[in-house]
Design a binder for this molecule. Structure first.
Ligand SMILES: C[S@@+](CC[C@H](N)C(=O)[O-])C[C@H]1O[C@@H](n2cnc3c(N)ncnc32)[C@H](O)[C@@H]1O
Length: 228
């Protein structure tokens, strides 16, 4: 399958069964135990990023691009804290849900600015570019291109998360692939941390901070890099 077809499958998934599944996971309603574990893991990743950004005490001065923003789990709290947020996602449904959630929390309908846009077609320049839990949908070669493009939009800092390719996770993934459930409509790709760091460095960025969120069913390596 070529990269364009793969991207369309991801988009269609997040506009259909994936939307229903992830909207629930990224919400506060009742979910099953596995989904609750993933919800808690994801929240830890979001909280870590918020903690890093808030520690600098300058959020109102920052323009932030949240690429693959989903339902706004990160974009909305960043806007609440005063950052100017441009939140985009390939899925129209996820963006609509993000807009609805923002309306319930924020009085300013202009921030975050939500748009339906794949991250490959993003342009402009932002102090910080963030892309959480999106790369898992793409193989390494495509992820390299995506990271390079995101770097080109970042004036100062880039924050990425991905499922790390470790022995334990590769085995788990292999076992998982023997039991495909109805919600596993897209492939999950693991990425080697060294590969991600290499591509960040080749784009002129230098690793600053990293964190790992690990629950029973959610694994996410978070990297922050700044321009050299
Ligand atoms: C697992 S969700 C993570 C959402 C959000 N970043 C978060 O952490 O709450 C992955 C999101 O990436 C979006 N996505 C996948 N491929 C994309 C692409 N090429 N460009 C923009 N968004 C994409 C999906 O539509 C989905 O909303």
């Amino acid at each position: 399958m070529n990269a364009a077809d793969e991207k369309m499958i991801v988009r269609d998934y997040f506009n259909s069964t994936g939307f229903d599944r992830w909207r629930r996971i990224y919400g506060d309603g009742e979910v099953n135990k596995i989904q609750l574990d993933i919800r808690n893991g994801h929240q830890q990743t979001v909280d870590t990023v918020l903690g890093w950004l808030k520690a600098d005490n300058n959020l109102p001065e920052l323009s932030i691009c949240d690429a693959g923003c989903g339902v706004g789990s990160l974009s909305i709290p960043l806007a609440v804290d005063g950052a100017k947020v441009y939140a985009t996602d390939i899925s129209e449904k996820m963006v609509e849900e993000g807009k609805d959630r923002a309306k319930q929390t924020l009085s300013n309908a202009e921030n975050p600015t939500f748009a339906v846009q794949d991250l490959e077609s993003l342009s402009g320049s932002y102090h910080t570019v963030i892309c959480l839990d999106v790369l898992i949908h793409y193989p390494q070669e495509k992820a390299d291109e995506m990271i390079s493009h995101l770097c080109s939009l970042a004036q100062s800092r880039i924050i990425l998360s991905f499922a790390p390719k470790t022995c334990a996770l590769s085995i788990l993934k292999k076992i998982g692939s023997f039991f495909p459930g109805p919600s596993k409509a897209t492939r999950a790709y693991l990425h080697r941390e060294a590969d991600v760091v290499r591509i960040l460095e080749s784009n002129g960025f230098c690793l600053q901070r990293k964190a790992m969120t690990k629950t029973r069913f959610y694994f996410s390596r978070l990297l922050e890099a700044t321009r050299k």
